[in-house]
Design a protein around this ligand. Sequence first.
Ligand SMILES: NC(=O)c1ccc[n+]([C@@H]2O[C@H](COP(=O)([O-])OP(=O)(O)OC[C@H]3O[C@@H](n4cnc5c(N)ncnc54)[C@H](OP(=O)(O)O)[C@@H]3O)[C@@H](O)[C@H]2O)c1
Length: 240
Amino acid sequence: MNFYIITGASKGLGDAIARQAESKGKRVYSLSRSESQNGIFKKCDLSDPQNAENVINVIFDEVNPSEFQMIVLINNVGTLHPIKTADNIDFEEITANLNSNLLSAIVLCSCFIKRLRGFQGVKKIVNITSGAARKAYHGWSLYCASKAGLEQFSRCLAIEQSRADNPVSIVNVDPVLIDTDMQALIRNSNEKDFPDLSRFIEYKNQGKLADPETIASRILTGTELDKFYSGETIKVNDYK
Ligand SMILES: NC(=O)c1ccc[n+]([C@@H]2O[C@H](COP(=O)([O-])OP(=O)(O)OC[C@H]3O[C@@H](n4cnc5c(N)ncnc54)[C@H](OP(=O)(O)O)[C@@H]3O)[C@@H](O)[C@H]2O)c1
């Protein structure tokens, strides 16, 4: 049996990945602030990275890794909040965004590797990224910075792990534009804070946002392929 730990599994993409994984017979732990119906739910606010360390240690105290062939961590939490220029954001907004999107994901990766050092089965980490890691947007400075940081962290991990015994494979997956609450948040912003607003409204009106179920299925299938693209950043549609 395979075992999945999925963050942000109450809504959107994470909810779809966790639901599909459970329906395919995987053991699933779902992490988010509001309740997830998928697998074993651990209430966890990742805007405090200490919660990330606590929750993953609780999980690995509860499960026996040797029961599984493959263990996968999917760092899916991502928030755009606040959509504002950097001269208008306050200290709490900065720390909440970077803690949720970047620091907690780093803590989870680090603890995952440490706790599974002796596990000889397959170990994979999927860090969900965004085109915003590479393209700058007015009003999204924290989101862009956090995703860029996460991508580079993954690349460093992949190099380190390539020299480790029982290595963990790590990939950045860009899910492209998906029809979730995150896109609704964008459409509810204003042009002063986010001058690209009309383009994102058009994406929705022209049906250019992908269905979360389709993207979740590709990501899940990607975790089971032999070729995992460790150290790379791939678009979800590039999984072959
Ligand atoms: N939607 C897109 O077009 C798009 C495009 C590119 C990349 N992405 C990336 O894809 C991933 C999923 O996005 P999505 O569109 O599914 O987002 P979403 O609909 O806004 O869902 C975000 C999930 O993260 C959880 N979450 C947010 N803050 C949290 C916190 N502090 N602690 C714990 N959980 C938290 C939410 O649950 P709770 O509120 O219950 O905590 C929810 O389950 C993100 O990494 C995003 O950056 C999305």
